[in-house]
Ligand binder design. Structure first.
Ligand SMILES: [Zn+2]
Length: 83
């Protein structure tokens, strides 16, 4: 049996690779609103993306984040994500 890890692993919706919380940005949907969750603790359906322009771009173009959250991610969120 593998050792149990204490650090939670999250999967990026763009590249499908796992990363630690430090590497990923959490986005959260509550109701119909989608927002960046800098605390990682906001209630609601969450999805994770690497803090890399490639992953952000990929998620935006292919709609992976929309699918993960089952909501349309507004432009204002993409603006927040773009460094
Ligand atoms: Zn990624």
């Amino acid at each position: 049996m593998p050792k149990r890890r204490h650090e939670p692993r999250r999967t990026c919706v763009a590249c499908r690779q796992e990363g630690s919380k430090d590497e990923l940005i959490r986005l959260v949907r509550s109701g119909e609103a989608v927002a960046v969750d800098p605390t990682g603790r906001a209630p609601g359906r969450g999805a994770y993306l690497h803090r890399r322009p490639e992953c952000i771009e990929e998620a935006r173009k292919k709609g992976g984040l929309n699918r993960a959250l089952k909501a349309q991610v507004p432009d204002s969120v993409w603006v927040d994500l773009t460094p």
